[in-house]
Design a protein around this ligand. Sequence first.
Ligand SMILES: C[S@@+](CC[C@H](N)C(=O)[O-])C[C@H]1O[C@@H](n2cnc3c(N)ncnc32)[C@H](O)[C@@H]1O
Length: 283
Amino acid sequence: MAKIDVPQREDSAQDDTRATDLLHYIFSLPNLEAIRGNPAKVIEAIDDYSDNYKFLMNVGINKGGHVVSLIHQQKPSTMVEVGAFVGYSAIMFGSAVRECGGKQYFSLEINPVFAAVSSLLVELAGLGDFVQFLIAPCNVSLAKLVHDDMLENGQINLLFIDHWQKRYVPDLWVAEQLGLLKPGVSTIVADNVVLPGAPDYVEWVTASTAEKREKLKTAETLSTLKADSLADHIKKTGYGAGKVNLDNVLGNPNLIYETECHRYPLLNAEDALAVTKVVGLEK
Ligand SMILES: C[S@@+](CC[C@H](N)C(=O)[O-])C[C@H]1O[C@@H](n2cnc3c(N)ncnc32)[C@H](O)[C@@H]1O
């Protein structure tokens, strides 16, 4: 029999079980038909499971509510989230974006089991024709969005970053260099910046353009790509294996950000959302 290589993974197979157990729980609920097509009720059912059975790493009702208020204020046409897990934020935010007249919601998820679970729950919530899942490391999915011209006006109005914290900066840098973040248009929200914590991310989104240029001088030695326009390069050459090394793209220091951290109490600790508005671009 031919040998096959199963990809190495950073998370654990137990995480898959937590997610698939949730599916068994939800699809055996006696009131399943009453929650079908109702995003708020599907969210409630996921919260019940997480509060009373196995904890799930969802954004939760408090921090999630903050993002929903932002959606109501800003009415984003296109929202992209990084990290779907079981689809909680995709349901909560996808429903709010659709309600506010938004056109697109993309959920980028690396783990195909999580994407499958999310997709079933999103479908159950009645958002199956609105939320689109891309299954790959998010830097590759961001490149695909550009390469395949999938984003309305080539821009992201609201970007929700909620994957592994050590990837926040390198993956934000890819979004910056692809030109997806536009002054006066884009807002970035990052979860978990205090717990587990993303200090290097907070440092980047609160730094001045001069400080960011300085920081990139030392980062530059790590770069394999000097990108004038990463978007043009990807459109010409593609983004798959053996093309551009998307793990080593440097950020765009010229984007001017205004960031506020909003703290939220947890059971025995505290976390915060970092809300960053893209307000300018230095020439
Ligand atoms: C904290 S969970 C997301 C929770 C979800 N946003 C919510 O609030 O309902 C983090 C997710 O990020 C995914 N992830 C980790 N690294 C990723 C990457 N490089 N690209 C895309 N997804 C990634 C994980 O598989 C996991 O599902």
